[in-house]
Design a protein around this ligand. Sequence first.
Ligand code: NAP
Length: 496
Amino acid sequence: MSTTFSSYNARTGEVLGTLTASTAADIDAAANAAAAAFPLWQASSGAQRATLLRALAAGLEAGREALVALADQETALGPVRLNGELDRTAFQLRRFADIAERGVPFEYVDDPAVAGAPPAGHPAMQRWSVPLGPVAMYAASNFPFAFSVLGGDTASALAAGCPVVIKGHPGHPQLTRQTWELIQQVLAAQKLPAGLVGLVQGASNEVGVQLVRHPAMAAAAFTGSTRGGAALAAEAAARPRPIPFFGELGSINPVIALPAELQAKGAELATTLAGSIALGCGQFCTNPGVVVLLDVDAEARGINDAFVQQLAQALAGQNPHAMLTQGMRSNFEKGIAHWGEAGASFVMHEVAAAGQPPRPVLAQVGAEAFIAKAALREEVFGPSSLVVRAASVAQALQVLQAVGGSLTVTVWGAQTESSDAQALVRGAMAIAGRVLFAGVPTGVAVTAAQQHGGPWPSSTRPESTSVGDAALARFLRPVSLQDAPAWLVARQGRPL
Ligand code: NAP
């Protein structure tokens, strides 16, 4: 493994600093320190967990100015977005503090003994939840706060009673280091072991691979590309003792727009959709990458043609900022080229001037080609969207089936119940973690009913979520206690 790696200015490519990469011995030490911290942390009270999480939120806010300035240099996401993301990250930490304080990680099912012969009769049972153990956490590049060092995975794992070893993202390595140093200060102030939150970093995939292979790791939480997630999920499964791998991956987030809806408010919807496609330079896992239009008759075809032109016009007015890394920029160009090679025609494809951020891209293709060619269904990470023209509701449903799994599906025009609306909603629910009936999929609320995940290829675990209150459940596992002694029952679900 390389011994050093660099931090880059995302706008200019200039080297901002050189960092020392974690060695195999460093990874081993971080994993073992997390394992050593586990007994203490799994037995901690909800109040102790809440105190830590609230202090981490306060630390993040106190360091805001320097952290946002550094994040802006390393990611080019801009201070407005980054301040908002820091607020969301602090909110998330406090939300999991409240959840821990309310005793959610210790909830249990009490099932008193029933006299008589089985199956109706049974012994006294209690079903507890216990923390899994040290969690390997893989940060994403496109959310340097909310899906990175102090993001939702770390917050929910700590609330569940699990230590964390963070695999930093090489796209914002100095920010990663500074955020982790802030955590270390908070741990020291609360007299908690430094190993409760570890950090490993490097520019090579090997660092992450070694971490997921480490015998002390009990679970992994990953946010990133489908390719990276698949590689690490395979490593997690190939261990002598396989571990759960919660991977939140790429997604193309179909938006299905019914002709009547476009006729009523096409211009407004085109503006909203263009904003969502170009937001953050299109670098969102919830970016609307596919727009499905229903050419059910000649009138609908005319409405849809007009909408495509409105969307292209609205996109032309968008000015995306620089992408997160040079590598992402070249992957974006390659993804767009693949669309062309697979038969899509470009509605809008301006070439950006040298050294300038990318221009938004809009392409169009028939549903048959989209269904036949996997290349058209791959996520193109950047400010782009592919319009798919379906001849009927039945064909639109085949388009959804071909997508297979998505974080979101948006259906515009299902406000009135009909057999078509029912079929589209059923088709959307079959492949998505979240189905929207208004607005756009970018923007993920941190709340109780949130579901951020979906069938493959959008995640490795469709039954779990990485955002919202239920994210906690990923890091707990049930244990039934049968005929438990009174002293154990009196603990009311609190692990020993
Ligand atoms: P990424 O390149 O996959 O990186 C994520 C993490 O995986 C990094 O720590 C990376 O570090 C590691 N990694 C990547 N390939 C690996 C491999 N083959 N073996 C071992 N480790 C590997 O993804 P990204 O650039 O951060 O983010 C962009 C992608 O994330 C997009 O596809 C986006 O849709 C998705 N995303 C999904 C969500 C969600 O919630 N579902 C949220 C945000 C982003 P190294 O490169 O150092 O190994």
